[in-house]
Write a protein that binds this ligand. Structure first.
Ligand code: PNS
Length: 166
């Protein structure tokens, strides 16, 4: 059984992430979406919230499960005995970071494989960071995020504004 681990911050999950998960679900037997605790980044949504949104939006995709992980991605991939780590690639700008991460993980463990799926064109410019910026500035992100996330972003707008005022 071929299992892919799809790691990310998912702060919050976007329709671009969902596009990758659903397309990968047709290639792999099983997808494990792994929410990283990522202590270096201060997240807008808690780990529980990010995981809850993912569980909700992936509910109808049968071969997907959602977990969280702390520490090295490499260790999570080893413990879960996955065939590959899956990442989405939007534009050339993503490539440098993704290349470095894939190469470093491969250097740490030669069995580590990263598989990339290109974003569908309608999501090639969608990122969690930009979604939060649009919400902060009062814009509408309805086309880019699932409804549950859109609602949660509206409720968190105060926190986004507070954080950027500091
Ligand atoms: O959605 P993101 O923020 O682009 O995801 C980045 C993520 C979580 C995949 C990356 O930061 C990661 O793998 N974090 C776990 C810690 C780790 O293994 N770091 C070394 C990578 S070479």
């Amino acid at each position: 059984m071929k299992t892919a681990l799809f790691p990310g911050s998912f702060d919050p999950v976007t329709n671009g992430h969902l596009d990758i998960v659903s397309r990968a679900g047709r290639i792999f037997d099983r997808i494990i979406v792994a929410v990283a605790s990522n202590e270096s980044k201060s997240a807008l949504f808690s780990m529980e919230e990010r995981k809850k949104f993912l569980e909700h939006v992936c509910m109808d995709i049968p071969n997907v499960e959602v977990i969280s992980f702390k520490g090295l991605l490499l260790d999570a991939a080893r413990n879960l005995k996955v065939s590959a780590v899956l990442r989405g690639l939007r534009a050339i700008s993503d490539f440098e970071y993704e290349f470095q991460m894939a190469m470093m993980n491969k250097e740490l463990d030669s069995r580590f494989e990263t598989v990339f799926l290109m974003s569908s064109s309608q999501y090639s410019f969608v990122s969690s960071r930009m979604i939060k910026e649009i919400v902060r500035l009062g814009g509408d992100v309805t086309p880019f995020v699932p409804p549950i996330v859109n609602q949660a972003l509206k409720e968190k707008r105060g926190k986004i504004l507070e954080e950027t005022a500091e």
